[in-house]
Ligand binder design. Structure first.
Ligand code: 6CM
Length: 255
């Protein structure tokens, strides 16, 4: 275990993350940087198809298949008032809130605690008829990202990316392992309060970008999968953002 080798590092500087001594660290670093770039480029030049819109929320997808399996990439943006990027990401990352907002879950466990900002989750998702049930094993990493535009106070991201663990091999009979790469990138914008007044939640706007690519890992009927995604992704983003607003409303602001 590479974590045992770190005691010789005597350093007063706060390290960015204690996960940096973990075997997965190079991958976490690479995928996180890629996801920051991917989320920040917006829709880029690719042909995205708007499939759901409600208020400030817009959801786009591209129809893509790999070996006959639907892997449609999804990008969504949303703007919510009264919460910070850190609060949004905190509720998305932390296991103790997951059952409150994640409606596709049957069961969830943290199988490895790499550090305060990096966990490995094993999740069993609800079965979608007529397909075999799915599970997912993925690392999840939360971090602050330097702001790159004037007007943006801070940026936070959570990245979820499938991984493997010898202790938790896929069953592939009663349950098929799916593969996911998901990110939630949030920006805080703070409007100036009236002269002399302090910042309240009325001054906060959080801009959200959510990106997801899920490979079902084995056969699943394309039309059923696309119908489930079309219904479940908007439901997820609305429910999750409403949940965070509700959780935060009577708490001090967490920047
Ligand atoms: O990003 C989302 N959730 C995170 C935490 O759980 C994580 C998980 C992603 C799993 C994506 C796979 C979903 C499809 C699995 C089967 C769906 C069964 C639906 C049954 C409903 C009754 O990144 C939010 C994911 C929102 C997915 C719609």
């Amino acid at each position: 275990n590479s974590n045992n080798n770190v005691t010789h590092v005597v350093n007063d500087e706060k390290t960015a993350s204690s996960a940096e001594y973990h075997r997965l660290w190079p991958e976490i670093e690479r995928v996180t940087k890629e996801q920051i770039k991917y989320a920040q480029m917006g829709l880029g030049n690719d042909a995205w198809h708007l499939f759901a819109e409600e208020g400030e929320m817009k959801m786009y997808r591209r129809e893509e298949e790999v070996n006959g399996l639907v892997v449609d990439p999804l990008k969504a943006c949303h703007v919510v008032k009264g919460v910070t990027a850190h609060e949004m990401c905190h509720y998305f990352f932390s296991p103790q809130y997951r059952y409150d907002w994640e409606t596709t879950l049957e069961h969830m466990t943290v199988v490895e605690n790499i550090s305060d900002d990096t966990l490995i989750f094993l999740q069993l998702h609800k079965r979608i008829w007529p397909a075999t049930q799915r599970d997912a094993l993925f690392w999840s990493h939360i971090r602050q990202v330097p702001p790159n535009e004037p007007g943006v106070r801070d940026i936070w991201i959570v990245v979820n990316n499938s991984t493997e663990l010898p202790k938790h091999p896929p069953d592939n009979k009663k349950c098929i392992r799916l593969f996911l790469t998901v990110c939630l990138l949030c920006q805080t914008i703070v409007s100036s309060p009236k002269e002399g007044a302090s910042i309240t939640r009325d001054n906060l706007t959080c801009k959200i970008t959510y990106c997801s690519v899920v490979n079902p890992g084995g056969w699943a009927p394309a039309s059923v999968l696309r119908a489930v995604y079309k219904r479940e992704y908007p439901k997820f983003l609305k429910r999750f953002t409403a949940y965070v607003i509700d959780q935060c409303k009577n708490k001090p602001i967490m920047f």
